[in-house]
Design a protein around this ligand. Structure first.
Ligand code: SF4
Length: 236
């Protein structure tokens, strides 16, 4: 398949065509939730008592970083910086002490600091409209989705390369290189991530991507989505 590179014009998410059969998406969602109830990973930012601040912070730290690595310092990070205000009261170097092991620490610390300053101005309240969320400093589509998911309870997908891999194997390949612009992937993610347990559906896909639907040698025989998956039916 030849992929077309796109200019970065934001996708009109509310107007996506439905390219994924809703019945198949519902089957996938139910199977994922059943699997997640016994196989989901247990990370500190997933505990019930973690406030929206902690959940969004975790998503910022998880970008381009393995969850197991973030888990090694997340509790200490939250203890040292329990609020946006605590971040603004510190320095980029102090934040960097935690972020050095995960790379790009100076850039990531500075970006977190800019967002924290904005959030202090807003008394810690995230905006509710997507356009306003995406105008926050350092917030792109993925973090905007996580903010809307955790702060407003909207069924937004945490669509990253790992979720994209699972969705493409289930529903077929994207047509654009950039996940953020691809209507097929965006539509598939939104068809699956629905309902009252949207947060857990997201976590289930990410956990499946990490432990079962891996990049190399996916363990299809153990997968709860085996019967619905296009990938396993393709000749290889
Ligand atoms: S059946 Fe295999 S390829 Fe399909 S979602 Fe499961 S692990 Fe991935």
């Amino acid at each position: 398949m030849r992929m077309r590179r796109s200019g970065r014009k934001p996708l009109a998410i509310g107007k996506l065509p439905t390219v994924v059969p809703s019945r198949k998406a519902a089957l996938v969602r139910r199977a994922l939730l059943r699997w997640f109830d016994t196989n989901g990973r247990d990370f500190p930012w997933r505990q019930e008592e973690v406030p929206v601040y902690g959940r969004v912070l975790a998503e910022i730290l998880l970008q381009r970083t393995r969850a197991e690595t973030v888990a090694t310092f997340f509790d200490r990070f939250i203890a040292r910086f329990p609020s946006w205000q605590a971040i603004t009261d510190s320095t980029v170097e102090e934040i960097g002490e935690f972020l050095k092991p995960i790379g790009l620490w100076r850039r990531r610390s500075a970006s977190l600091m800019r967002l924290a300053h904005e959030m202090v101005q807003r008394d810690g309240e995230f905006p509710r409209r997507r356009v306003d969320v995406e105008s926050l400093p350092g917030v792109g589509q993925y973090i905007a989705n996580s903010i809307l998911l955790f702060s407003s309870g909207r069924p937004e997908p945490l669509l990253d390369v790992n979720m994209a891999r699972v969705l493409e194997r289930l529903f077929g390949p994207r047509t654009l290189v950039d996940i953020r612009d691809d209507p097929h992937l965006q539509s598939a993610a939104r068809a699956v991530v629905r309902g009252k347990r949207a947060v857990e559906v997201n976590w289930a896909i990410l956990d499946l991507a990490a432990n079962v639907c891996t990049i190399k040698r996916p363990q299809c025989q153990k997968c709860p989505l085996f019967k619905s998956c296009r990938y396993v039916k393709q000749p290889r």
